[in-house]
Design a protein around this ligand. Sequence first.
Ligand code: NDP
Ligand code: DGY
Length: 321
Amino acid sequence: MKVFITRRIPQEGMKILSQAGVCKVSLWDSDEPVPRAELLKGVEGAHGLLCLLSDKIDTEVLDAAGPNLKVISTLSVGFDHMAIDEIKKRGVRVGYTPDVLTDATAELTVALLLATARRLPEGVVEVKNGGWSTWKPLWLCGYGLSGSTVGVIGLGRIGMAIARRLKPFGVKRLLYSGRTAKSYAAEVEGEYVPLDTLVSESDFVVVSCALTPETQGLCNKDFFSKMKNTAVFINTSRGAVVNQEDLYQALSSGQIACAGLDVTTPEPLPTDHPLLTLKNCVVLPHIGSATYSTRGIMAELSANNLLAGLQGTDMPSELKF
Ligand code: NDP
Ligand code: DGY
């Protein structure tokens, strides 16, 4: 069986595929994205496709692959880059990588939140450029978690892992919103509240929901206008959940205090993007799951998902549509 892999992936995954001896693998052997034309050529007649979140898997790709295609395995937990309805219609199975990246992503979210709220990137720059003249009582002050209200939008696997990590910092109230209340929220004394309540009462708003048609553009002008002027906004879900023009206005006008983003639209964010001119906006290059061990385990899981899809057996992590 023929398999196409759209990028270099950690060797842990490649080893599993080569040792299985059930498929002939062709790989876009680069750390850079596969050009669209090469993707369309590479998937021709493939039985399996191992892709990344940066590959748009739409009707054109599925048509190019043709009727052999049995499985698409994505090296991500997010699946907003795939045309799920069309994939389902064609009876193609999908594997993804939930759980194994939850801890790494929650850790990064906490790091980003603290770096943003306590202005770490600004401080590092001041040390290097000579702006550190003396200890000053009013200089580089930020916001602390102790006694605060944190609002988590999307208390799923990652949202809950973030909440668990933030609570011991002395968070007083943990609010969350989503489509349904969660019984497991009791562990962090989470209060299920309407989105408006979360937005207006939180000192820290953390976005960790999936990108769906309902969450696209959720954080817009109206949303930011309800936040406190002292509030910190953090997004580690997907860039498209945020209207970036509205975020820029909110940050530059002082409507909100600061923002930390691990995800943007587009990715990479152009270096001349207005958000990058703001001192109160910290932007990271989508590194939520980027620990060596997590990426290795993600590669293993996506290889095993792919093999199961090729062989028609149970997948370790199959996306149930
Ligand atoms: P889960 O499926 O466990 O959680 C997703 C959450 O999104 C659920 O709690 C769900 O709430 C919520 N949600 C869905 N629709 C809405 C809505 N309309 N309003 C509010 N909340 C909603 O996924 P994970 O926690 O594993 O991952 C979440 C996302 O994090 C991924 O989809 C991905 O985009 C992103 N991610 C980013 C990473 C990074 O590197 N920055 C790394 C890994 C993931 P409910 O159950 O109530 O519907
Ligand atoms: C995902 O898995 O969806 C992340 O964005 C990258 O790990």
